[in-house]
Write a protein that binds this ligand. Structure first.
Ligand code: ADP
Length: 226
């Protein structure tokens, strides 16, 4: 489903952010990308989303070469990849419902679909009763759930979460990790970038470890070893 083929990324200044990175992710996998700050995790995600181009190698998403797409194929691919970030990235003047509806509008969905689909994903993330709340009226953990609902609403093939618990306390951290595990159990591939040792050691799923832009370990039931 996702294939990085000998990918390197050099920014204009400095050392390689990624170097000779090769791995494959199969549908329905839950994969953690682990590494200290600066190890290259966010760069990898930006390459997958076609926000940056590799300096060398190729990135494939469902057999499409991500950096060789037509301008109409790029939004098609991005819609198949739901994204969640550390800082939530919700629109502050829109309610939870409207934030999620916005992602459906951008994908060209009509009002009937929006009215049906938004309550469904709010229910899935446990926020059915917070539909009309603005981000500032929600806790950090609740805001991240809205962001996850927004990432899911277009039924992506994969959810990519870049340090999704970085701004959360331990209780909310575990609720978000449990939610990502549930989404995975329901059939969506999950890619989780984190440097949280407790999360990695508890999940018991595949871990790809990065050091200085290189893959140093790729283990089926990995642990946090840096
Ligand atoms: P991580 O997400 O694991 O913290 P990053 O992918 O953000 O790692 O960074 C990997 C390396 O690439 C770091 O050395 C970082 O300084 C560098 N880097 C990231 N983005 C840029 C950029 N836009 N320009 C120059 N260097 C960058």
């Amino acid at each position: 489903m996702i294939y990085f083929d000998n990918v390197s990324k050099l920014y204009s200044a400095g050392a390689a952010a990624l170097e000779d990175v090769t791995f494959t992710i199969e549908p329905k996998e839950f994969v953690s990308l682990v590494g200290q700050s600066g190890a290259g995790k966010s760069t990898l995600i930006r390459l997958l989303l076609a926000e940056e181009k590799p300096s060398k190698g190729k990135v494939f998403f469902e057999s499409l070469d991500v950096h060789n797409l037509t301008s109409s194929e790029i939004p098609f691919v991005r819609r198949k990849i739901g994204t969640v970030f550390q800082d939530f990235r919700l629109l502050p003047t829109k309610t939870a419902f409207e934030n999620i509806a916005f992602a459906l509008e951008a994908a060209g969905k009509d009002d009937a679909e929006i009215a049906a689909d938004v309550p469904h994903v709010l229910e899935l993330v446990g926020l059915a009763d917070k539909s009309d709340y603005f981000p500032h009226e929600l806790s950090g953990g609740q805001q991240q759930r809205v962001a996850i609902a927004r990432a899911l609403v277009n039924r992506p093939e994969v959810v990519v979460a870049d340090e999704p618990t970085g701004n959360l306390d331990p209780l909310n951290t575990w609720e978000i990790i449990r939610l990502l595990a549930k989404i995975n159990e329901l059939g969506t591939t999950v890619l989780l970038a984190t440097h949280d040792k407790d999360i990695i050691d508890t999940i018991g799923k595949r871990v790809i470890t990065f050091e200085g832009g290189r893959v140093v370990r790729d283990e089926k039931r990995g642990r946090y070893i840096l």
